[in-house]
Design a protein around this ligand. Structure first.
Ligand code: THG
Length: 635
């Protein structure tokens, strides 16, 4: 394990990053035909045509006291350079950008003040969440940029001005892939992420700082911070939130205030001294560890920030943060939803399921995507905190359907998604379109460790949570029918997911599996009780893991009105046993207090398999006076 000198420096003191590159470039008299090769505004090209200019700008900032400079590679990725017909030069430009910054840093480094090269990776001009590009194209684009930056000698890879959580996830994966190709790791060349929060208080794609931080928290990044869009004052609340809740370093390099249009030109009003005053608060009150400037900031701004850092470092006056990690949660594109709900459970809407809803299946067949969005919204209105999405349906292209559905739901419905499929390709198609932190449904040991491992790896790649069903290779027993087997398989799964794959317990949802008690078969009558017992044991032994189940399964085949009663009563019993979430039809769960006493008693008899009672006559509500718990009632 090689450790990074930059990471060590950041752990010891507050560092100063450089200021705006664009402002400095535009202040020089450069020829569009010669210096820009005709590619107006493509400043990245200057790395190959005018390395002298770029190095001079780096050196200016270093002379002002910057500890680190950003490579001139903000747009040096394939997607952006393709707009100038220069995609093929991506590697070369990125590599040159790092070499130039390296040369500048080498000149100004001393043993007391080493200087660092931050490999700048901007967001580009196309975002996945907005449907302007896709995961593969963006991954390929960033990987090429990262290869160049690594080979050119960058000390870190700084994924910056992030506007879309999916962009961050994709860029991190691309950087990790490029590091891996070069036989390096994020320990030697750390990854850093910096988000851009607009004046509206969210990213361009609508994510709150809480949602964005949660969605990327599981990745191995050294720091998270904010840059661009606004001046420091407008960032204060978000920086404060990061300071309190982000468990690694926080960085901040704002614009020189909110831009104003003056006589057709964009001007940044915030002067060096007032900017430094706010940044001083960020360092000393919020413990921000790297400060610098973005658009509109100049060498004078950086000189002022260098004084702030010097002062803080001299008196070791840096704020020691007391971090309260956010509660375990998933997120939509917009907002987090806690895994543990006070006085309730996490309700996962079951209806967007091709085999669980006739209506959904019909909408899918008709490719009525708007109809599917309406159905999803209806479930949120009914109280769903998360939506299960399952498009598995014989004869259709699951990966395509999942892409179509998820890419719409993430923008039009504000709840996290549970992507549900037996096919890995279908699960991945959903994850590639979901910016928020998702839940994968599900892994199990039915086909042994190999498939289980593949799904755990998917959870790592997309920083998702994972449902694990208590099924193993034993074909005889198939699903665990006894509390003992449910517990044993859950234990095996939790150990493997955490120890082999590094997934945290709070991101695992153990599903002890609900089997119908309504088949009329003797062997099934005990299954609700086995689930309750199994749930209790798993919840006691692993208090941090989440529990979930497909609750409606319990009453398959019964009449609809009977199902409402049985499901509602069962939900109540499961919550008491420690179940923390359930996949249900939220609109069809009613409070216990609203269930008739006699019906409740019958439901509980069924659940606890108290056979001596009057089950033949049922007592559960039904349209037709047939015995509910008989094979005749099974659909
Ligand atoms: N565990 C996990 N995931 C799961 C399940 C589980 N996903 C699928 C399923 N089981 C949970 N979802 C449903 C969805 C619908 C129904 C039951 C479970 C259901 N639907 C009605 C029926 O089939 O009678 C149809 C209603 C309609 O057509 O509108 O009961 O156990 N991890």
């Amino acid at each position: 394990m090689s450790t990074s000198a930059f990471a060590r420096a950041l752990a010891q003191r507050t560092l100063v990053l450089d200021g705006g590159m664009g402002t400095q470039i535009f202040a020089r008299d450069l020829s569009i035909d010669v210096d820009y090769c005709g590619c107006e505004n493509c400043t990245d090209i200057l790395c190959t045509t005018r390395p002298d200019v770029i190095q001079d700008i780096h050196e200016t900032y270093l002379r002002c006291g910057a500890d680190a400079v950003e490579t001139n590679s903000f747009g040096a990725n394939k997607l952006v350079l393709a707009e100038f017909d220069r995609a093929a030069d991506t590697y070369e430009i990125a590599k040159r950008s790092a070499e130039i910054a390296r040369a500048a840093c080498d000149i100004h480094s001393t043993s007391d003040k080493p200087r660092f090269v931050m490999g700048s990776m901007g967001p580009g001009t196309k975002l996945i969440t907005l449907g302007q590009t896709n995961w593969d194209a963006m991954f390929d684009s960033y990987r090429e940029e990262a290869r160049g930056l690594i080979d050119g000698g960058a000390d870190t890879l700084l994924i910056e001005t992030c506007q879309d959580i999916l962009q961050v996830k994709c860029a991190i994966n691309a950087c990790l892939a490029a590091l891996d190709e070069r036989g390096k790791s994020h320990e030697g060349i750390p990854l850093m992420a910096s988000l851009t929060i607009e004046q509206t208080g969210t990213t361009l794609t609508g994510s709150s700082i809480e949602a964005a931080a949660l969605a990327i928290a599981r990745y191995p990044i050294l720091s998270l911070g904010l840059n661009c869009a606004t001046g420091p004052a407008e960032m204060a609340d978000h920086i404060k939130w990061l300071s309190k809740h982000w468990d690694r370093h926080v960085t901040c390099y704002p614009n020189a205030g909110l831009p104003a249009l003056v006589e057709g030109r964009t001007e940044y009003p915030l002067q060096p001294k007032p900017m430094a005053e706010i940044m001083d608060r960020f360092v000393n009150e919020f413990g921000v560890r790297m400060i610098g400037g973005c658009c509109g900031t100049t060498p004078e701004h950086i000189a002022q920030l260098a004084l702030v850092a010097e002062e803080a470092n001299r008196y070791d006056g840096r704020h020691v943060r007391t971090i309260e990690p956010p509660a375990p949660a998933t997120t939509s594109l917009y907002q987090p939803v806690d895994h543990r709900q006070d006085a309730s459970i996490l309700i996962i809407g079951e209806r967007c399921n091709a085999s669980g809803s006739k209506k959904f299946k019909q909408l899918l067949e008709a490719e009525d995507w708007d109809g599917i969005v309406s159905m999803a919204r209806e479930q949120v209105r009914e109280g769903s905190h998360v939506l299960d999405v399952n498009v598995d349906y014989a004869g259709r292209d699951g990966a395509r359907d999942m892409s179509e559905v998820v890419s719409r739901l993430v923008r039009q419905v504000d709840v996290p998604l549970m992507v549900d499929s037996t096919q890995i390709a279908t699960l991945e198609a959903g994850l590639r379109h979901a910016p928020g932190k998702c839940i994968i449904n599900s892994a199990n040991f039915e086909d042994g460790d190999e498939k289980f491992d593949a799904i755990c790896q998917l959870a790592r790649k997309y920083a998702a949570c994972l449902v694990i069903g208590t099924i193993d290779e034993d074909k005889e027993a198939a699903m665990a029918r006894t509390a003992d087997r449910k517990f044993d398989i859950a234990k095996r799964a939790i150990e493997r997911a955490t120890q082999v794959h590094g997934l945290p317990q709070c991101d695992l949802f153990i599903d002890p599996l609900v089997l119908p008690i309504s088949t009329g078969m003797d062997s099934d009558r005990h299954s609700a009780l086995a689930l309750i017992e199994g749930t209790k044991r798993i919840a006691e032994a692993f208090p941090e893991v989440q529990l979930t189940c497909g609750l409606s399964n319990v009453s398959f085949g019964l009449k609809p009105a009977a199902r409402v009663v049985l499901n509602s009563a069962f939900m109540h019993e499961l919550v008491a046993a420690g179940m923390s979430s359930a996949i249900v039809h939220a609109g069809k769960i009613i409070p216990l207090a609203r269930i008739d006493e006699q019906q409740k008693r019958v439901a509980l008899h069924l659940i606890y398999d108290r056979r001596a009672s009057t089950l033949g006559g049922t007592g559960l509500p039904q349209e037709h006076p047939e015995p509910v718990a008989s094979e005749a009632a099974v659909a």
